[in-house]
Design a protein around this ligand. Structure first.
Ligand code: ASP
Length: 454
């Protein structure tokens, strides 16, 4: 039998109603036999995610401050979700008491302690959800990432799965025909047996690791939106839903502006070419967006238009720069030495620009960069510019289609948008334009109209 891994995000597990909805989703397709849950997110009357409450409790405990009221809020929240589902209060309280032992544990290593507390959101939620399923007569079992062998690096708060993890998890395959697996997202265990979490949003990664290990036919990622749209709904009104796109297209779109999946979640599924389907828990009828390794050539050439603001550029002019060996390397190493990462580095005959996310720059950094460039590279001129937006046109079709660049540039010029920089990535599946931030919405709409509304 083929299986599907389903991961439900924080908003999909935020209330009793949502959990009933998950059961309905499980029942409509019997292949959904491995369920990964996040910790409850925001819900009406609860405007803080459980994960954030746990972070607060951990901070207070580390500083030896009183955390009782935060702890009470966390427990009350879980009780408010599971009591209406008829999970006996005694059972809920017993499961929640695990939090008391976690908070009382050793705090010498703050990272370790923090992760132990924060991971409880997913862990307790899964134990409770498995109880709920049992109460309503569904055979399901909570699986601990420790017993299953989800071993991760000891980088607390930003752990990564360790090499052969998928082999270990593959043994879960034997349980699945008998019982539905309920697996907590967001964390694993180090080789020393300590809990270590992934970075925020990391339950997506857990789902992807399980999808790879169990060789599933599909990885369903359930959230509160219908899927991925061709442009951000804040920028374009009623953009089209993308029915299918490739892993690479998704990566390009999420690079600027599209907050789709946790960045690291694509890698495990990509290795085995397992399709990911993004779906809406609140709109089961909608098929969502499918992310695959290859799309049919007949589908759209351009799949989406993404954008994001807050970039700046350092542009150097130096006569005969093209003959100076190592110029680019030395320029980029100035940024590296200041621990800054750059996004693009377009160059001309005698000029080169470095474009970076200006959010990383401390106020004094700009002068330091300019001074160092002057001292080390002796350019004729340096220009800086802030408040740049990047707009990108993405699609596998760009590789073979002639004229996409011309079409995009014409659309921008018709809309009166000045192009400051163009970068057609080496992958050839995106064209990125640097424009003035004040033109961002105009540019996105012009490009969307050009490629989708005609
Ligand atoms: N609960 C964690 C967070 O809020 C992980 C997740 O939901 O994926 O980041």
């Amino acid at each position: 039998m083929e299986f599907i891994v389903c991961k439900f995000g924080g908003s999909s597990v935020a209330t009793s109603e949502k959990l009933r909805q998950i059961v309905k989703i499980m029942e409509t397709n019997e292949q959904r036999r491995c369920i990964v849950l996040s910790a409850p997110g925001k819900a009406p009357g609860f405007n803080i995610k459980i994960t954030d409450l746990l972070i607060e409790a951990a901070k207070k405990a580390i500083r030896c401050e009183d955390y009782v009221s935060v702890l009470t809020d966390i427990k009350t929240r879980f009780l408010s979700i599971y009591e209406p589902l008829k999970v006996p209060t005694g059972v809920i309280n017993e499961i929640l008491s695990d939090l008391d032992s976690r908070l009382a544990s050793d705090k010498n290593h703050t990272g370790k302690f923090r992760d132990l507390i924060v991971a409880a959101g997913e862990d307790l939620n899964c134990r409770l959800f498995a109880q709920y399923l049992n109460v309503i007569g569904i055979k399901a079992t909570y699986i601990s990432p420790k017993e299953a062998g989800l071993i991760v690096t000891p980088v607390f708060g930003d752990a990564q799965p360790i090499g052969d993890v998928s082999l270990k998890l593959a043994s879960l395959k034997s349980i699945i025909p008998e019982q539905i697996i309920i697996f907590p997202g967001f964390f694993g265990f180090t080789e020393d047996g300590d809990v270590a979490t992934f970075s925020r949003g990391g339950s997506d990664l857990t789902g992807a690791i399980l999808a790879e290990s169990l060789d599933v036919s599909e990885y369903e990622n359930w959230t509160d939106v219908d899927g991925i749209f061709s442009a951000h709904p804040h920028m374009v009104s009623n953009p089209q839903l993308i029915p299918a796109l490739t892993y690479k297209e998704m990566r390009e779109l999420s690079y600027i502006g599209f907050n789709v999946l946790h960045e690291e979640a694509v890698k495990p599924v990509m290795r085995k070419k397992i399709p990911i389907r993004l779906r809406n828990t609140n709109n089961i009828e909608n098929e969502g967006t499918l992310i695959v390794s290859e799309r049919l050539p007949s589908e759209r050439d351009v799949i989406g238009v993404a954008s994001g603001g807050g970039y700046c550029s350092f542009t150097l002019q130096k006569f005969l720069m093209n003959r100076e060996k190592g110029f680019g390397r030395r320029l980029l190493s100035i940024f590296e030495d200041l621990d800054l990462s750059y996004e693009h580095c377009p160059s001309g005959v005698d000029n080169i620009s470095v474009i970076l996310d200006q959010g990383q720059l401390k106020p004094e950094a700009v002068n330091t960069i300019i001074r160092t460039i002057h001292d080390q590279l002796h350019p004729d001129e340096i220009r800086t510019e802030f408040g740049i937006a990047l707009v990108s046109v993405v699609g596998e079709g760009l590789i073979h289609k002639i004229g996409v660049m011309a079409q995009a540039a014409t659309a921008l010029s018709r809309a009166g948008v000045n192009i400051k920089m163009v970068n057609q990535g080496s992958s050839e599946i995106s064209i990125i334009f640097g424009i003035d931030a004040s033109d961002e919405k105009k540019a996105v709409n012009a490009l969307y109209d050009e490629f989708f509304a005609r």
